[in-house]
Design a protein around this ligand. Structure first.
Ligand SMILES: [Zn+2]
Length: 437
């Protein structure tokens, strides 16, 4: 087994320390209640929620990281410094800047740093200050969920107001909103305050809300409110249509993901459920793919995709412009995406390599594509990605396993990378057989 020093959002045995950016399932794949490999570093909020997700977890393994602080971590093989920033993605989410003998590595985790967000501004200051102490960031492991120019959705407060307006314009309707087991709390609080209404959540989610300190807004009593936040796996066209047999109901799905209008023709797409970008290319005919490409809806504004259903581009991931601003701020030597799938991954260097100092090769490739084909390839690739790509906002129970396989999150810092870094600028013996252990 390769001996690793630290792992971020990866849980295989063999590292001296583990870091968890946040508790979404695609970042905890492999973590279990009996996991016991080494100390686990995370934010205080994540530490508070973790035993709820993993009952029986050995809490003595947890080490708390505080956003806005640089911690020094001493491990058997090295000492490293880690600067912690609020990732503004979901409760407890953090971004991590590592410094040590291995160089400087920034792991964003999932993040949303809007220009208008006070917390994000604070995080940017922390990062800027930390960057003053490093000659360069060698690698950024980037939340590339929306690293494509087609994703131009608005800040969350704008999307939240769009949702509030939709609910307010349906005073006699019940409302269901699709959410995950963690995240979008701020949205629900804004709805509650604006409309002076409680929000129904399912019992497990109510417990999470109480752990997060929301005591008065949420309820499990359906008679107290007409607005219900429901698990995304239970949110479908069929569900909303069936609810309308009982009483007028609208569904709202807050997500930066695009939506595809379904076909009802026989032998084509499944009916009765949303078709999101997770829909597998393998299930579709070439002809159907073309139809889907033509039916992709714009991602930047609310859409009524069904007579009872709205999608609103409320996203906890940064949009393209925000990612671009982030890369301009960090100016890393190279970028690696933390989100990938075999069928739709766009290498972040494709769009952002031009912002990495000294990365002339990528720059030429990028400009070459634009010049030769006048952006055609970019747009085609964007549409393909948009059709197939999946973020963590919309996992059904059935699809979750496949989604986890398709989505990669995590990074290891290995002995090899330290050896390489130490050799940088030094003479390396031609037959040096030093090896990772
Ligand atoms: Zn996430």
């Amino acid at each position: 087994m390769e001996k690793r020093l630290i792992s971020v959002d990866r849980w295989a045995e063999g590292s001296e320390a583990y870091f968890l950016t946040h508790l979404h399932s695609d970042h905890t794949h492999g973590l279990t209640p009996s996991w016991h490999h080494a100390p686990l570093f995370c934010s205080a909020v994540t530490a508070k929620l973790l035993p709820f997700k993993f009952p029986g977890f050995d809490l003595s393994l947890l080490r708390i990281l505080h956003p806005g602080t640089t911690h020094t971590v001493t491990l058997p093989s090295l000492t490293l410094h880690v600067t912690v920033m609020d990732a503004c993605h979901c409760p407890g989410s953090i971004m991590l800047l590592f410094r040590g003998d291995f160089g400087c590595i920034l792991y964003t985790g999932d993040f949303r740093w809007e220009a208008t967000c006070e917390r994000a501004t604070k995080s940017r200051h922390v990062l800027r200050d930390a960057l003053r102490h490093v000659p360069a960031v060698d690698v950024v492991h980037l939340d590339n969920t929306y690293s494509n120019p087609i994703y131009d959705f608005p800040p969350r407060h704008v999307a939240a107001q769009q949702i509030i307006d939709i609910i307010a314009s349906h005073p006699d309707h019940e409302v269901i909103i699709g959410i995950n087991t963690l995240g979008k709390e701020d949205l629900l609080v804004e709805i509650s305050r604006a409309l002076q209404i409680m929000i129904w959540v399912w019992p497990q989610r109510l417990r999470t809300m109480h752990l997060l300190g929301y005591d008065d807004i949420f309820t499990t009593n359906t008679s107290l409110t007409r607005v219900r936040a429901v698990p995304v796996y239970s949110f479908s066209i069929n569900t909303v249509e069936e609810l309308n047999y009982v009483c007028p109901t609208i569904g709202i799905m807050p997500s930066g993901l695009p939506w595809i209008k379904k076909s009802h023709q026989k032998n084509e797409l499944q009916t009765g459920s949303f078709l999101t970008s997770r829909y597998k290319r393998g299930k579709l005919s070439a002809n159907t793919e073309t139809q889907i490409d033509k039916q992709i809806v714009k991602t930047g504004s609310p859409e009524k995709i069904h007579k009872y259903i709205y999608t609103v581009p409320y996203s906890d991931h940064s949009n393209y412009e925000e990612i671009e601003d982030f890369v301009k701020l960090v100016k890393p030597t190279t970028l690696k995406g933390i989100v990938s799938s075999s069928s739709c991954y766009i290498e972040p260097m494709y769009y952002f390599g031009r912002l990495c100092p000294g990365n002339q090769q990528t720059d030429q490739v990028h400009e070459g594509c634009k010049g030769k084909e006048n952006g055609k390839r970019e747009r085609e690739e964007a549409v393909r990605s948009k059709t197939l790509f999946e973020g963590d906002n919309f996992e059904t129970g059935r699809d979750r396993g496949k989604a986890l396989k398709g989505r990669f999150s995590g990074v290891h810092v290995s002995r090899l990378s330290i050896l390489r870094k130490k050799r940088r600028g030094a003479k390396i013996q031609e037959h040096d057989d030093s090896s990772e252990s």
